[in-house]
Design a protein around this ligand. Structure first.
Ligand code: HEM
Length: 474
């Protein structure tokens, strides 16, 4: 554990706390050729950036107003809150003339160059792999601003302030928009589009968070740059790498698959109705029921009270009974088990690969038409975002070495790939499949269509506020 206290006024707020949001806009931009003007304007932008301290204050204000309202027997008011963070890609740093080796190969090369290794679908054009991404992500993106708020009007207000500083839309604009994507908390509060409660499990950062049962703690150096032994320029201290992925979810198709493949029995051998069997299959693919209750703790029936109890809903380790060797409670390849295998491995093999996730859903709810013909007509999914101090240990590792690897975690029955996000690693020609979904026949492989389609992404660096003000700004 590091002994120096973290500089909470210096670290951007989305990393350790998360910007408070009902709605969140990711604004991807390119810097114009008047780089000096842009860098001069950064000194006006820097004070608008939400620090960790400010993000904590936002949370306190909202929870206090909820408590007050409860005590007075009235509905909690909507407290106007707006947040802003900024991060740059390697091409953005290069454009700004910010030099110095930041010590991360994945960041330097960018995500487009990594798409093949991540397993994204695509084709070879003139001997070069081109992923099936939307055009915006196939060209250089210099940076991203993340605007968050309690409502769109709060986001729009900050967006207008920032646009005025950067002269967006004017002849002397110093940036131009490449893509603006709007995410929002779904009506089913906190649940992603497949219907599962999300945002439950992130590691506690030592010296900052109070660790909840089962959460697991990491040294700040796992998330923040400049706290480890890697040699980096001084301006790279108190930053973090942000892996962004534009992930589309095929929700009606996912629902149809569950409907068509109900589990006949649960792990106690009880016969299930088709509805129960479909619900259990979904829960075993994710590792949690839709309520958030972990199947490792409650493998037979959902327990919504457990699902929303932060002191219990993360307190499991895949070591109850004989769960290390059998998939009775939770399949080895379940999404949560693949991405955080807990006691399946020794802590030193898990902790360096923990990431802090800050995604938000985008797109409309499934329409009656889509539900009826079991096909996606409208784009929806997850604006996946996660922070780590080292991309090769964090996002890249979790996606390539864990989610996509059929043999992970190492068990006598090969687990197969992560049913939610697993993709085919280069050279893997077999169809997507996993074992262990059926508790009565655990070696049986279940073929898995694709329901999460990556359509773009980039690796960014979220610098400290002092780096932004003193090094990046002129
Ligand atoms: C956990 C859904 C993409 C890594 C979860 C949970 C859900 C979920 C429902 C359980 C709730 C929780 O523990 O917070 C999804 C969906 C995705 C997606 C629908 C795509 C559309 C990803 C990606 C990664 C990832 C791309 C990383 C490569 C994780 C991790 C956890 C998690 C690390 C926490 C596991 C734990 O600590 O138990 N996800 N996820 N997810 N996901 Fe994802």
């Amino acid at each position: 554990m590091t002994s120096t206290p973290l500089d909470l006024d210096n670290i951007q707020g989305d990393i350790l706390v998360g910007l408070l949001k009902k709605t969140e806009t990711f604004y991807f931009f390119q810097i114009s050729d008047d780089v000096n003007a842009f860098r001069t304007q950064l000194s006006q932008l820097a004070p608008l950036i939400t620090s960790t301290t400010a993000a904590m204050d936002h949370r306190k204000t909202v929870s206090q107003s909820k408590k007050d309202a409860l005590a007075q027997g009235r509905e909690p008011p909507v407290v106007p809150i707006a947040g802003l963070n900024i991060a740059f890609s390697q091409s953005g740093l290069t454009k700004m003339g910010i030099t110095g080796d930041i010590g991360d190969v994945g960041f330097k090369n960018g995500q487009l160059a990594d798409a093949l290794a991540l397993g994204d679908q695509g084709s070879t054009v003139n001997g070069k792999f081109v992923p099936d991404w939307i055009p915006a992500f196939k060209n250089a993106i210099h940076g991203v601003m993340i605007f968050s708020g309690d409502k769109q009007a709060s986001v729009d207000k900050t967006l207008a302030e920032v646009s005025a500083i950067l002269r967006v839309g004017a002849h002397d604009a110093t940036i131009h928009e490449v893509l603006k994507v709007v995410g929002a908390v779904r009506p089913e509060n906190g649940h992603e589009h497949f219907g599962f409660l999300d945002g439950i499990s992130n590691p506690a950062v030592e010296g900052f968070d109070i660790e909840k049962p089962g959460q697991g703690a990491v040294d700040p150096k796992v998330i923040l740059t400049g706290h480890d032994a890697i040699l980096r320029p001084a301006w790279a201290t108190d930053g973090s790498f942000l892996a962004f992925r534009y992930l589309f979810q095929l929700v009606p198709e996912f629902n149809l698959f569950l409907k068509k493949n109900p589990l006949p029995t649960d792990s106690d051998g009880n016969r299930l109705t088709p509805e129960q069997g479909s619900e259990l299959l979904g829960a075993r693919m994710v590792g949690r029921w839709k309520s958030g209750a972990p199947v490792d703790l409650t493998p037979i029936v959902d327990d919504p009270v457990l699902g929303k109890d932060p002191m219990r809903n993360n307190d499991f380790h895949y070591n109850i009974e004989n769960d290390f060797t059998s998939q009775s409670r939770c399949p080895f390849a379940a999404h949560t088990r693949k991405t955080n295998p807990r006691n399946d491995l020794r802590p030193e093999f898990v902790t360096p690969h923990r990431i802090i996730r800050r995604g938000v859903p985008f797109g409309p709810e499934v329409t009656p038409d889509e539900a009826q013909d079991n096909r996606t007509h409208l784009g929806r999914g997850l604006l996946f975002a996660c922070y780590q101090s080292n991309l090769a240990n964090g996002f890249q590792f979790v996606q390539k070495q864990w989610a996509n690897a059929r043999g992970f975690p190492p068990k006598s029955t090969p687990p197969g790939i992560d049913p939610i996000i697993g993709q085919l690693n280069p050279g893997d020609v077999l169809p997507r499949s996993m074992s262990g979904t059926n508790p009565a026949s655990q070696d049986e492989l279940l073929g898995l269509p694709i329901w999460v389609v990556p359509r773009g992404g980039e690796y960014f660096f979220s610098p400290s506020i002092s780096a932004l003000r003193d090094t990046f700004a002129l």
